[in-house]
Design a protein. Sequence first.
Length: 84
Amino acid sequence: MKPSLEAARKGFVMVYCPLDYAKKNQSKLRMARQSFYVKQKASRKQPKEQKNRITLVAIRRLSTWVRCVARKVLPHVYSSIVNA
């Protein structure tokens, strides 16, 4: 790993003999600067699918909550809707 410009001026450099030690101790940002770490980019579709799944879960929870409230607050209206 080559030293950064600031480290070269100050005379302090962290040297790792095997690269495994550097991967274990250094941050990913420093490793990326030295081009030893490449972040794998996810496809554009994955975040969109995850957002849709989260939205569906929220809608299901909300609809369950609405049914429970309707059952408690307006039992006669709820029973007429369910039995219809």
